[in-house]
Design a protein around this ligand. Structure first.
Ligand code: UD1
Ligand code: UDP
Length: 396
């Protein structure tokens, strides 16, 4: 018989590190998957707290309690603040825990810095959502470079699609270390969609949560259309955001019978141009609804009820096509061309005229709308997490 210490020594220690809202959403189902195999893996969760409230919303929804919380967020932090605080915080956590593998996600400064911290202690890194590329290091900025750097450090590459695998092969990554898994965001999406569908009470609860947040979903019961908007990209700050906000304002005036709902990111750089264009008081703007960031369940519920999604978000570009929602991407480049090819996503940049023209076309032209709103899921089948766990179980 093995004693407890021997059992623990035979288990693989996996540390999952994340810090922002999208990483948390995409790592949450992976945490749950590892925790199913507690005889094989010791799962350690370390959050950096690069985001605070927006991270905590996700931890709460998925009932995840971190083992370590670096709690690094400062109002108005810059890239140097985040990088140095994560690096120093991870040094101590890694020294104490000595995991066999550190898993990081995507392209944030949390993920690249945590990967670097692990590398400094000779700890293997697994990169979840590996291999996406625009090949333009300033778009998205700094995320494209973050993802490339993490790819250089990583030993294991969990690529969401065959195209992301191809990108890694083109950079001479060893094929044996790449697994095409699908994107874990689809695992998360299916988890919450399933939860909402199975629970009629939850439907009522979410509708009431949304009402308290400032948008009454009952407004849509007469068949009214709704455009869901989000934006937060650093490379769009300043002129890009002003242009986006002006286009949205023009659309609200052009279509008084369509609702526009914008759950705002907490970054002050995002809020400032909104106030500049819409004024200081964002309440009572008729068909324009600015609301606070929604927790994931309410956001997915709202997205499901929307007609069109207008966003610069990475994750939403992956989720919305799965729900059959046309997405206009307010960016000049995308590292996610799969949905573009499938025809459910279109790049509109931050150009005032283009945002208005493309949104108008989707509102007015039913045939065009139908063509773009077919549900496709190039990003996965909801089994990405089990593929990752299976692979790491086999690796000695
Ligand atoms: C970060 C990521 C970006 C990701 C985005 C998801 C980097 C460089 N950027 O950008 O890749 O797409 O998260 O949203 O890693 N804030 C709060 N509370 C929160 C979250 C943010 O107040 O819960 C405010 C703070 O003032 C903070 C600021 O937003 O300083 C910026 O946060 P930060 O994580 O540095 O940048 P994001 O733009 O959120
Ligand atoms: N999201 C959310 N509440 C909101 C807005 C977005 O839960 O109010 C979710 C959304 O479903 C997606 C993720 O947050 O999974 C996207 O986060 P964000 O746009 O901040 O980052 P990105 O994906 O661009 O890195």
């Amino acid at each position: 018989m093995w004693n407890l210490q021997e059992i623990e020594e035979r288990m693989k220690k996996i540390m999952l590190v994340f810090g922002t809202r999208p990483e948390a959403i995409k790592m949450a189902p992976l945490v749950k998957e590892f925790q199913k195999y507690s005889e094989k893996f010791q799962t350690i969760i370390c959050v950096t707290g690069q985001h605070r409230e927006m991270l905590d919303q996700v931890l709460h929804i998925f009932e995840i309690v971190p083992d370590y919380d670096l709690d690094i967020m400062k109002q108005g932090q810059d890239l140097y603040d985040v990088t140095t605080r994560v690096l120093l915080g991870m040094r101590d956590v890694l020294k104490e825990t000595q995991p066999n593998v550190v898993l990081v996600h995507g392209d944030t400064t949390t993920s690249t810095t945590a990967a670097l911290a692990a590398f400094y202690q000779h700890i293997s890194v697994g990169h979840v959502e590996a291999g996406l590329r625009t090949h333009n290091i300033y778009s998205p900025w700094p995320e494209e470079m973050n993802r490339q750097l993490t790819g250089r450090i990583a030993t294991y590459h969990f690529a969401p699609t065959p195209l992301s695998k191809q990108n890694l092969l083109a950079e001479s990554v060893n094929e044996k270390r790449i697994v095409v898994t699908g994107n874990t965001v689809i695992d998360a999406l299916y988890m919450v969609v399933d939860k909402i569908k199975k629970n009629e009470v939850l439907d009522v609860e979410l509708s009431s949560t949304l009402k308290q947040s400032g948008y009454d979903i009952k407004r849509l019961s007469s068949g009214k259309k709704m455009v869901l908007i989000t934006g937060h990209r650093r490379e769009n700050f300043g002129y890009g955001f002003i242009s986006m906000c002006k286009a949205i304002k023009a659309l609200t005036e052009k279509y008084p019978n369509v609702d526009f709902v914008y759950p705002m990111h907490l970054n002050p750089n995002v809020r400032q141009p909104i106030h500049e264009v819409f004024g200081n008081d964002l309440s009572n703007l008729g068909n324009m609804f600015f609301i606070e960031p929604l927790e994931y369940l309410s956001f997915v519920y709202l997205m499901e009820k929307s007609t069109i999604v207008l966003t610069d978000s990475g994750g939403i570009q992956e989720e919305a096509p799965g729900l059959g929602k046309p997405v206009l991407v307010m960016r000049d480049t995308t590292e996610r061309p799969e949905a573009l090819e499938a025809g459910t996503v279109k790049l509109v940049g931050t150009d005032y005229g283009k945002i208005i023209a493309e949104t108008s076309k989707l509102i007015e032209n039913e045939v065009y709308y139908e063509k773009m709103s077919k549900a496709v899921n190039p990003y996965g089948d909801g089994l990405a997490c089990s593929r990752i766990v299976h692979f790491l179980n086999q690796e000695s």
